[in-house]
Write a protein that binds this ligand. Sequence first.
Ligand code: ADP
Ligand code: MG
Length: 840
Amino acid sequence: MTDEKKNMAGLTTAEAKQLQQQFGKNELIPQKTESFFNKALHIICEPMFLLLIVAAIIYFILGEPRDGAIMLIFVISIISIDVIQEWKTDKTLSALKDLSAPNITVIRNGKEMVIASVDLVPGDLMMVYEGVKIPADGAVVKCNDLCVDESSLTGEAEGVWKVATDNVELSDDYWRKDYCYAGTLVTQGIGIINVDKIGAATEYGKIGVNVAAALDEPTPLQKQTGRLVKTCAGIAGVLFVLVGVVTYFNLPDHTLGARLIESILSGITLAMAMIPEEFPVIMTVFLSMGAWRLAKEQSLVRKLPSVETLGSVSILCVDKTGTITMNQMTVQYTWAFDGDEHALLETMGFGCETDAYDPMEKAMLACCDSHGISKAHLFSGELVMEYAFTNELKMMGHVWRKNGKLVIAAKGSPEQILTICSLSDQEKEIAMRKVTEMSKEGLRVIAVATAVPATELEIPATITECSLSLCGLIGLADPPRESVKADIAICRKAGIRVVMITGDNGITASSIAKKIGMEHSDNIITGDMLNEMSDKELKKAVKDVSIFSRVIPEHKMRIVKAFKENSEIVAMTGDGVNDAPALKYADIGIAMGKRGSEVSREAADLILMDDNFTTIVETVKDGRRIYDNIRKAFGYVFTIHIPIAFASLIAPILGVAPSALMLLPLHVVLLELLIDPTCSIILERQPAETDIMERKPRDPKEKLLSMRTMLKSILQGITIFTASFGTYFTVLASNPVNAPVARAMGLTIVMLSNLLLVQVNSSDKDFAYQSFSRLSKDPVMWISNIGTMLMLVIILYTPLSGLLKLAPLSAGQFFCSMGIAALAVLWYELVKLFNRLSKR
Ligand code: ADP
Ligand code: MG
């Protein structure tokens, strides 16, 4: 093997591994993970656990170590559940992070492979191309048209053209031309870089920019939840005092110490029942699980808050090519200006890149091939000059020398190409009419033109200075994706307007828009019109325009702005480097996983792995589902706390002796143990309501617990309270020593109600049996339901019942409790029935 060849084979896997051990990972600050101990400490510091522990200690002081021990066992179970849940969420979140972490192509073991950028080591050969943000410092081994924007490092706005190390003499400049720096952006060309420095050793790392990792801002929902928890905790504090004082005065015949301890204990019971510590847990679990499920469906959420925003999206701005259409072009129609079709096709071929990756150029070359014009024939000459394609010019050209003769071949949008062709007004009109005719068919029209300079001196420096003769027009078809029409109909029902953004001609865009059933498909704003409009005019105009044609990426920003100023929530797709600002500015920026540039992915909130419009619609739907489920879970938690809190509040006021209370702290903890897993498991899994895409987008300012939900929860909660406490109180009144039986019945009713309540509240519209059967194949739901039943049997019918101050129920008492629980919860099914009937 020659030295050169060996160098280009890159590192071997073993070498890379060893180098990584030596140099570490390629990251600016090493990842810190919270230790298990810290996590547990965090949980213990929550007010809920402090209360639990205080209660346990009081039991020990009271000389009831058995009660204290049971309490501690419960505390440990709750902590374990929380730690497991948190560990699982963390794992999910970091898996998501890994999925969306930046990648880089390297050459290892002589082969190209894609690795995570953090795994780069010095000595690696990395390949960079347009749109890549360079992840490490290194010397340029090879390059072709490589231009890098180093402004993030040097402040210099102008791009730097790089050269290979071999072709450059040593210079004293600090910023080298044969070297690429981490944190800078490739704007053009390709190159192979030999990695030299990684992580904090890079120039970027040395400056320490962005090193302070951005703190995870709490999301709007988290803030709302925080406020809710605080309010509840405040109320709990007040009631704590109230119940404590009442209990104190209820026990005049006890000693002072006993009075104090009993009143504190009943106060704590109430406070435990009132603190909704489940709310924040629900938030993180539902959001991260939701993001995880989305990732499996090809849509990667980069920022958790986006999951909530998704449900309010009202405008969906999408690129036409590749997202709405399949990006599979074929040449459908050709029109030779002077009748010479062969010359038209050949010039078109000359105008293509020699290694075409653009589907349009591939289609053109395929068309040439089928007409007997092979690539070998087209590209056998010498490429003298290239006029690069730019979004502004929308045309490009090549100058070839073949058999000693020079030929210019240019192609691009007809509007542009015709301006550099020498045509009479009449000829121009004929051509333009043809363009319109072809565009109306939904074809992308490309004009092809040529010139034959006598000498190299006659070759113009820019394409706009050329004077060409028109060869003809090419019509390319790019059919819409199959499901797009149905998706657009779904969006319309869901109150989401789809807006098409394209670099293509307006007539073509409008024809495709009609085919797929878009609204306002005749109203078009072109890039030129956009340039003329003020922001204010644009804001007004976008109200009924859904097509933007002949735009350049820079226009996207203004389009997003205009929509946002109309108080719309905007999602926007983008793939190019220049799309990044608009993606950042949009409420939901969507980058393309397949064809997108890395910069666009970094700026986006969401990465679409399959570049498919259907996936966007599915993602929005899922965003609505997740939010819906969070709302349901909050309602459920709110409801189930009412009987618990009321029982702890009312009993002391009614003068029930402390030892005969329906819920002792033990029982409150037992219920808490049940509530959190039940709703995290069952409600998180609920599929979307059938009408979820028939509602208007959610108002982002809408409260999580709306008046309606609140009212429903309170009614449900109070019936469950009346049923359980009523039963308990009746049994107790008939025989005051019967406290364990009365309590067992009350508790059974609460637990069974809880079981049924989750099912009833799984849907606002569908009956409980329907939501139940939807999840009937889900083993986890069965485990959760059977678990509750099992727990009930264990606490009633094993020796544990005595320890928990319960008594085994007779069959009659058990079924009676069951019936009461069913009545207490299932009445809401009648409300649903009534709602359904009245809607008809
Ligand atoms: P879109 O937004 O639909 O992807 P583009 O920005 O890719 O559109 O292209 C816009 C216009 O630029 C096309 O309609 C075409 O006229 C012209 N164009 C694009 N690519 C090429 C190319 N490789 N050669 C010549 N013209 C091109
Ligand atoms: Mg394109």
